[in-house]
Design a protein around this ligand. Structure first.
Ligand SMILES: [Zn+2]
Length: 240
């Protein structure tokens, strides 16, 4: 038995993934018990079979198996791509936050497109899972607000202060749906493809073991230099 509090970073946890009382009272709960408890909370009845079909998705980016998950909490629909057999323990996982401008239109203002591409490349070599999280645009503030934040950045404000100035938190992303998806897939531990320590903390808080972090080295360009520097300095991202 390990004390729950020792595995959890208060800043990173998803709000309804935790037994807060257990944390406050220092009760001992194993990671396994947490995961089981959490999985039991998933209203599986809301997942009709047609919403969780496994289909083949051939793509110029790779050859994937695809599943779609509709969150009973937020209504967001997430895409789960995988390569090879699902691994209960130790498989590669990327939890990618939707970025329409970066992922689809290859915006140079951020590094989301190259990160997604890099993760898919790793999957091609090793197998693994990408959960494409909808509703995470602009660290959870949405597309309209993200572009408002860009306007502030053009006036010299950095990416964090821009979100704050618009009345948002520094990061409003919620990873509860990703935890639910991993429960449904039977995934208990992962090697997480990310430069963002908060993502690791959110998964751990939800009862998913993170065996290792697999960073993505993305070269900066003149348009995202300052953005990447802010993520490194102010958000602790592992960027060179
Ligand atoms: Zn982006």
């Amino acid at each position: 038995m390990r004390p729950l509090g020792a595995q959890v970073d208060d800043d990173g946890r998803a709000p309804h993934d935790m037994n807060d009382e257990a944390v406050r009272e220092g009760a001992e709960v194993t990671a396994g018990e947490m995961a089981v408890n959490h999985c039991e909370k998933i209203p599986l009845g809301t997942q009709g079979a047609t919403e969780w079909e496994v289909v083949h998705l051939p793509s110029s980016l790779g050859d994937f198996q695809a599943r779609a998950f509709r969150s009973p909490v937020t209504g967001s629909e997430h895409l789960v791509l995988s390569v090879g057999p699902l691994q209960e323990r130790g498989g590669l996982l990327r939890v990618h936050s939707e970025c329409l401008t970066g992922d689809v239109f290859q915006s140079l203002r951020c590094d989301c497109g190259p990160q997604l591409q890099g993760a898919l490349d790793l999957l091609k070599d090793e197998g693994g899972i990408v959960i494409y999280m909808r509703g995470h645009e602009g660290r959870g503030i949405g597309l309209v607000e993200k572009l408002r934040a860009y306007a502030l950045q053009e006036a010299g404000v950095d990416t964090i202060d821009a979100n704050l100035r618009l009345g948002h938190a520094e990061d409003e992303r919620d990873y509860a749906d990703a935890i639910d998806i991993l429960c449904l897939l039977g995934v208990k531990s992962v090697r997480l493809i990310t430069n963002n320590p908060q993502k690791r903390d959110a998964l751990v808080a939800g009862g998913v073991e993170v065996e290792a972090l697999v960073p993505l080295r993305i070269a900066a360009n003149p348009h995202n230099e300052r953005y990447l520097e802010t993520k490194r300095k102010r958000m602790g991202h592992y960027l060179e």
